[in-house]
Write a protein that binds this ligand. Structure first.
Ligand code: IMP
Ligand code: MG
Length: 180
């Protein structure tokens, strides 16, 4: 797997440091509130697992699964809910946890969906942000890193379901996209 990586963009140590900072900030901002972390599967699970342990106030967690990408690297613009939340969220302060804010189509759809369910508040925590690619007006409330408009993998992010288990964020060699 490592032989497919062209270069490391964000190291394991840089990620750990930043996740700790953001966890601390979230703990301060949500003290006394009814915080629920909602992880958007599958890309955000690694970030979710680290972020929740960097938060020192009570939280509940849930997972949603949506599809907006096929096995390629281009957004389809179509968002479909495959798995919704298990519990009602009326009055709950939701923090959506994402791997990457790209076009923003997925998250803006989810925000509308959750606000229709009566969530008390909805904010976004994202590991990565690709601001150049935004197609809707959406900003992350908490973000770890901005990245250039390049396809990245690792720390949860995949290409064709692979590379999610890399402990860093990196860029693939061109031939990794075509090999099977
Ligand atoms: P969007 O913001 O609706 O365009 O979609 C965001 C989703 O697309 C993310 O949750 C990722 O699953 C996927 N995605 C976008 N850019 C990348 C990338 O560079 N690497 C891996 N997945 C990506
Ligand atoms: Mg994702």
């Amino acid at each position: 797997m490592l032989e497919d990586i062209e270069r490391v963009l964000i190291s394991k140590e840089e990620i750990q440091q930043k996740v700790r900072e953001i966890g601390k900030q979230i703990s301060e901002d949500y003290r006394g509130k009814n915080l629920m972390l909602v992880s958007v599967l599958k890309g955000s699970v690694v970030f979710m697992a680290d972020l929740m342990r960097a938060i020192d106030i009570p939280v509940s967690i849930d997972f949603m699964s949506v599809s907006s990408y096929g096995c390629g690297t281009k957004t389809s613009g179509i968002v479909r809910i495959i798995k919704d939340l298990n519990e009602p969220v009326a009055g709950v302060d939701i923090l959506l946890v994402e791997d990457i804010l790209d076009s923003g189509l997925t998250l803006s759809y989810l925000m509308e969906h959750l606000s229709a369910k009566g969530a008390g508040s909805i904010r976004i925590a994202t590991l990565l942000d690709k601001p150049e690619r935004r197609r809707v007006n959406l900003l992350a409330d908490y973000k770890c890193f901005s990245v250039p408009d390049e396809f990245v993998v690792g720390y949860g992010l995949d290409f064709d379901e692979k590379y999610r288990n890399l402990p860093f964020v990196g860029v693939l060699k061109p031939d990794a996209y075509t090999k099977k």
